[in-house]
Design a protein around this ligand. Structure first.
Ligand SMILES: Nc1ncnc2c1ncn2[C@@H]1O[C@H](COP(=O)(O)OP(=O)(O)OP(=O)(O)O)[C@@H](O)[C@H]1O
Ligand SMILES: [Mg+2]
Length: 406
């Protein structure tokens, strides 16, 4: 259960990391107030604890003084009656104090040990939790050399947090070796979900996901993921040097290979202009990159990884024409010789795809090339006119698309 201290550190962490958003919306007073409230709550708990401790300590001290008083009273009588010397009595009191403090220290250590045992128990519990996605006892080997095929077979999938609302229902499609297939659909159609299943972050409730012809449920998830390179919608840049960021794709790559990957991703030009070139620290502690630059680093990472299947989630945020062109060139190079499944938001991508699958509400509603879909599928026509902007030759399609959605 989250404690007040726990949630307040989370809030502070968020507010500091997203300080630009906080400032941009002039949200400081609310954040400060929320933080003050949480600190007050934590403080109140602290005061209660210390008060209880204070009572306990007062009781202990009282008992100690009572004991010392009793000893001195009895001992004093014995000294007066000559049964005990004054030196023996003071030595006894001195030793008794030493023993008492040592016992106190031991009990404190015992308390610490008990706390550590409690924490360890929780840790072990966490380590013992079986993951939902695990390799079967004898995982099926994936074919060698890799074929680079991808297929979904009647897949129905619900996210665990939304068990009533299928994210995908009864989807089937397959991608052959070297093919370039685009997934297109309105926001929330389930495009990214398809990728999550291919990477086996989730298992579908029914149907099969096949990579290189093997049901991913029967294979080791790590060997499945090693066949797939991902360029996500929001590329992740780690707080590390350019070398480390690109090498993330293949940690044992040589310096030349990293440079070649950056060349292929059209990233060398801007990378060499960074303050310390390839040694520049990126991300949180270092230089921040623009959207297009981040994408090109992600592409270089995927180039370096040299994996037969490429999953590409095109950024929805528009880049300026120049970076757009660079990213497009980099992607074209990356897709060469790989089986590519690409979530498309750009005209160039859908036109260049061998096949387009249109998703809507978790269902595959149409399949074809750009030309056939523009003439046959009203949803695609609408998406094409809104998202991609149609070319002159398709103006007929555009007029129809702007008519109310059938
Ligand atoms: N982790 C999650 N838990 C619960 N529901 C989710 C989760 N991720 C996505 N969804 C839901 O699943 C549906 C499909 O989401 P998905 O991310 O696949 O959409 P998308 O087609 O990629 O959309 P976009 O074009 O906006 O990226 C949506 O209704 C979404 O709300
Ligand atoms: Mg998405």
């Amino acid at each position: 259960m989250p404690t007040p201290a726990h949630t307040s550190t989370k809030r502070v962490d968020e507010a500091i990391h997203e300080i630009r958003t906080v400032q941009a919306y002039a949200h400081e007073p609310q954040d400060m107030q929320a933080y003050a409230q949480r600190v007050e709550a934590a403080f109140a708990v602290g005061v209660r604890r210390i008060r209880q401790r204070g009572v306990l300590i007062a009781a202990v001290i009282f008992l100690v003084f009572v004991a010392v008083g009793i000893i001195l009273w009895i001992g004093g009588h014995d000294v007066l009656s000559g049964r005990l010397s004054a030196g023996q009595l003071s030595a006894f009191v001195f030793y008794a104090v030493i023993v008492a403090t040592s016992v106190g220290a031991v009990s404190e250590v015992a308390g610490e040990l008990q706390r550590a045992a409690g924490a360890t128990e929780r840790l072990l519990e966490m380590l013992d939790t079986p993951p939902d996605i695990a390799a079967p006892p004898s995982p099926a080997p994936l074919p060698e050399p890799p074929r680079g095929t991808v297929a979904l077979d009647a897949v129905t999938f619900f996210y665990p947090s939304r068990p009533k609302d299928p994210a995908l229902s009864g989807i089937s499609f397959s991608v052959r070796t070297g093919e370039r297939v685009a997934l297109v659909g309105p926001s929330g159609a389930g495009k990214t979900t398809v990728f999550q299943l291919l990477l086996r972050f989730y298992d579908p409730q029914s149907g099969r996901v096949l990579i290189d012809g093997v049901d991913v449920r029967n294979a080791d998830p790590r060997s499945v993921r090693r066949r797939i390179a991902v360029v996500p919608q929001e590329p992740v840049i780690f707080a590390a040097s350019v070398w480390d960021n690109v090498r993330y794709g293949r940690p044992d790559a040589s310096e030349e290979e990293v440079r070649a990957a950056c060349d292929a991703a059209y990233a060398t030009e801007f990378l060499s202009r960074l303050p310390q070139g390839f040694d520049t620290e990126l991300g949180e502690r270092g230089v921040k990159l623009s959207g297009g630059q981040r994408q090109r680093i992600a592409i270089a990472r995927a180039v370096l990884a040299r994996r037969p299947i490429l999953l590409l989630d095109e950024a929805t945020s528009a880049l300026d024409a120049e970076s757009e062109r660079m990213v497009q060139l980099a992607l074209d190079r990356l897709m060469q010789g790989r089986t590519t499944l690409i979530i498309a938001h750009r005209l160039a991508t859908v036109v260049g795809a061998n096949r387009i699958i249109v998703l809507d509400g978790g269902v595959a509603v149409a399949e074809g090339t750009h030309a056939t879909l523009v003439s046959d599928d009203p949803l695609y026509r609408r998406l094409a006119s809104l998202q991609f902007g149609l070319t002159d030759g398709e103006a007929g399609g555009r007029r129809q698309a702007l008519a109310p959605h059938a």
